[in-house]
Ligand binder design. Structure first.
Ligand SMILES: [Zn+2]
Length: 269
């Protein structure tokens, strides 16, 4: 009976949530997610991001309260790898990950066993592999669009719907299995491009609706506050304010944070 229930659960939906080691789903405190692109020479990153956000909002407006807000582009000199700034960055040299990895989303969340804040997402940064200008020098931005379409799924808390690494849930089908269910291969969270279909399938939409229900009562806030004892550090984590920055550091020391690496590979690369 238990086996049957687990089978039903496994196949009742295809989306998979990002979780920490205690199986706590990673989640945002705000129903709004703010994204900022970083200026890169000759790159249409902001244009792609703008189209992408419109693409997302058009598909989810009926089923979810999630609101993705694209902010102004920032110049590289202003970049501070600071918690609370969700940035999309083109990396043109010294790409630190695998050559076949198109992009990497790094999520920062509270990692504190027993805490009500456990699993709370407080930062997400997307690094795009633009080595040799593979995206920025292309006249066609569709590849970058597809990559970022997938990475936004990671930002909001969705994982791959199939087993990609040995550490992944063993109950999932392998991402490279020969006969993948369409519900997996047709998901924007499938970690390999190929079909170039950027529309969400029903499971993607179910996952988004689960994470950000239509009647979500969460606030729409710029930063996530992680403390209940006056530690509103992240709501005040403005750049270029050394006083507030010291508070941020203080909070970071108290609450153990953990960064999780998420890979996205592409068949085309
Ligand atoms: Zn991925």
């Amino acid at each position: 009976m238990i086996f049957l229930i687990s089978v039903i659960l496994q196949f009742s939906h295809g989306y998979v949530l990002e979780k920490n080691e205690r199986s706590i789903p990673l989640h945002w405190k705000s129903k709004c997610i703010f994204l900022t692109t970083v200026e890169s020479e000759g790159v249409f990153l902001q244009d792609v991001a703008k189209n992408l956000v419109e693409h997302w909002m058009a598909q989810i407006k009926e089923i979810s309260s999630l609101n993705i807000i694209l902010e102004d582009v920032v110049v590289p000199s202003e970049i501070i790898d600071e918690v609370g700034e969700n940035t999309i960055i083109m990396v043109t040299e010294d790409w630190p990950f695998g050559v076949d990895v198109d992009a990497m989303t790094i999520l920062t969340h509270v990692d504190e066993e027993g805490s009500e804040l456990d699993g709370l997402l407080i930062d997400a940064d997307v690094y795009v592999n633009d080595t040799y200008g593979r995206f920025s020098l292309s006249s066609d931005s569709s590849g970058l669009f597809t990559v970022l379409n997938h990475e936004i799924g990671h930002i909001i808390g969705l994982d791959h719907p199939c087993k990609l690494t040995p550490d992944d849930d063993p109950s999932l089908v392998g991402c490279l299995d020969s006969e993948l269910p369409e519900v997996v291969s047709g998901s924007i969270m499938y970690p390999f491009s190929g079909s170039e279909n950027n529309d969400m399938n029903s499971d993607d939409l179910d996952g988004i609706s689960y994470l950000f229900p239509p009647d979500d009562q969460r606030p729409c806030s710029r930063y996530s506050s992680i403390g209940s004892e006056g530690c509103s550090c992240f709501s005040a984590a403005k750049k270029r304010n050394p006083e507030i920055k010291s508070i941020v550091i203080f909070c970071l020391v108290i609450i153990v944070l953990r960064k999780r690496l998420i890979t996205f590979s592409s068949k085309s690369s």
